[in-house]
Design a protein around this ligand. Structure first.
Ligand code: AMP
Length: 508
């Protein structure tokens, strides 16, 4: 039996799967090229038997065909991040024990010069394949890959310690994808005029769950068209939206912020066409970090879309989502998605009553298999079969509100536990504050002190005194930051998420 994703692709073979600046590629093209890549990777082996294949390819058709080629050859795909510096690439290649690297020629020199490359090569018998190599015309008999086998290793950004490799099976991925395509009603229908054809614009990094699962794999599972941009650029994204043929868009909050900034500098006429392009879509989604209410409201005024916010994590796929139909609440991430069980527990592992904060724990077929070669970390991450996310939330009127990561966003100060996300939401309403990150900094007297890194708008100076007196009118006094630091920009990772440990260092 072929993988279900492949069987479904065979049913859509004449339809366009991927569009890039290089042109459009049908599902048939994807099936053919991925089988050539699988043949090439296999050499004369019958099955890669879960060998790890790391690949470093810019977003586009080659990326997708390689990912599928690895899966069809029976390997585990290990996507590398195109913007990562050498040590991080080396870490992922070494930790995953990759035996094959597939790379675009642009990355050949950086990969070949990885410091102990020679020893890597000797240890793992590392094979290097460039995407510019001619692919075989003869296609080998490809192995049957059972869906319970390992498919993907994604490295988590890791707030503490080294990143861990999150291993998902084909079955996990299928469960994550069917849950989302069901809840958000991805349709594979085509009317003759193709008006119902799902078209999604892909602008997210392809080493992270959001871009790989929620956008790319959901699209290909649904037989949709995925329009991939090689990198994010606000003007290019707006041009594509203005074309008016997209049905879906998914992004992280920082991308919406950048699109809003570009909208604000556009002419009236262009703004009108931008808004009309958005209005033609059926769904716009935000996730991977908290969506500030101001951003949601501004985006609604521009696009007439009330962004659908969802919550998820590399280890579990997507867990909570506002509804596709029905009321979406700003500041909330809704309810559990289909096939996902969610509960909130206290420090002793007991369920908390509604209205009381607790750790989010998740169970279901989409939950990952293990941390790669790290059984201790895997065992520690589960409690009675539930995955402990390390995130805190509260349920209010049956909807979940995320309070942040226990390790960095839940600040313990003077006997109180305060949510950095709640404080940030208030600080963003200050007329001079453009962006902010609130952190807890170790303190002998308070346990942790609430501190805020601020990016200001305009040239108005902001004194701690005036800031605190403004904040005291809006926040309980123990939540008001005692120290502020004005910064040019907040430190962020490749996904645009603020890296809080780096913010804490700014105050130490
Ligand atoms: P990642 O595994 O990189 O996708 O990161 C997952 C983490 O992002 C979660 O554990 C949360 O801390 C955070 N996250 C994801 N979605 C949201 C959201 N809608 N609101 C707040 N935090 C979120």
């Amino acid at each position: 039996m072929n993988l279900p994703l492949i069987i479904r692709a065979e049913e859509h073979s004449e339809k366009i799967a991927i569009t890039t600046t290089d042109g459009s590629f049908t599902y048939r093209d994807l099936l053919h090229t991925s089988s050539q890549i699988a043949t090439n990777i296999l050499q004369n082996a019958e099955d890669l038997q879960e060998e790890r294949v790391a690949f470093l390819i810019p977003p586009g058709f080659e990326y997708v065909a390689t990912q599928w080629g690895i899966w069809r050859a029976g390997g585990i795909a290990v996507p590398l991040c195109v913007s990562h510096p050498r040590p991080e690439l080396e870490y992922v290649i070494t930790d995953s024990g990759a035996s094959i690297i597939v790379a675009h020629p642009n990355f050949e020199s950086i990969l070949r010069s990885l410091p102990p490359q020679a020893s890597l090569a000797e240890e793992h018998n590392l094979r290097f394949i460039l995407t510019s190599e001619t692919l075989p015309s003869h296609i080998a008999r490809l192995p049957e890959v059972d869906i319970t086998r390992r498919a993907l290793i994604l490295y988590t950004s890791g707030t503490t310690g080294k990143p861990k490799g999150v291993v998902t099976t084909h079955q996990n991925i299928q469960a994550q994808v069917t849950s989302l395509t069901t809840a958000w009603e991805w349709t594979s229908d085509d009317s003759p005029a193709e008006t119902l054809r799902e078209r999604i614009l892909h602008i997210l990094p392809l080493h992270h769950i959001h871009g790989i699962i929620n956008v790319l794999t959901c699209a290909l599972w649904a037989g949709a068209e995925c329009h991939i941009l090689s990198k994010f650029d606000a003007e290019t994204v707006w041009n594509r939206i203005c074309d008016g043929d997209l049905t879906l868009f998914m992004a992280v909050p920082t991308i919406y912020v950048k699109l809003i900034a570009a909208w604000e500098t556009a002419s009236r006429e262009r703004q009108k066409s931008m808004s009309e392009g958005c209005a033609k879509m059926r769904l716009m989604v935000s996730g991977s970090a908290a969506l500030p209410v101001q951003v949601l409201e501004k985006w609604q005024s521009i696009s007439s879309h009330f962004l659908l916010e969802r919550y998820g994590m590399t280890e579990i796929g997507m867990a909570l989502s506002n509804p596709l139909h029905g009321e979406r609440l700003s500041g909330y991430v809704g309810k559990p998605l289909p096939e996902v069980e969610v509960r909130l527990v206290d420090e002793n592992g007991h369920l908390v009553p509604g209205g009381t904060p607790g750790e989010i724990q998740v169970r279901g077929p989409g939950v990952f298999l293990e941390y790669w070669q790290n059984p201790q970390a895997t065992a520690k991450a589960f409690q009675d079969g539930w995955f402990c996310t390390g995130d805190t939330a509260v349920v209010e009127d049956e909807n979940y509100r995320i309070l942040g990561r226990m390790s960095v966003d839940i600040i313990k100060t003077g006997g109180y536990k305060v949510s950095a996300l709640e404080i940030e939401e208030v600080l963003r309403s200050h007329p001079d504050i453009q962006e902010c990150a609130v952190v807890g900094v170790a303190d002998i007297e308070w346990g942790e002190r609430v501190c805020a890194a601020l990016v200001l708008q305009g040239s108005q100076p902001l004194t701690l005194e005036s800031f605190r007196s403004w904040a005291k009118e809006r926040l309980a006094v123990y939540k008001v930051p005692t120290q502020i630091l004005i910064v040019e920009e907040l430190p962020r990772n490749a996904m645009g998420k603020v890296t809080k440990p780096t913010v804490i260092e700014l105050f130490c």
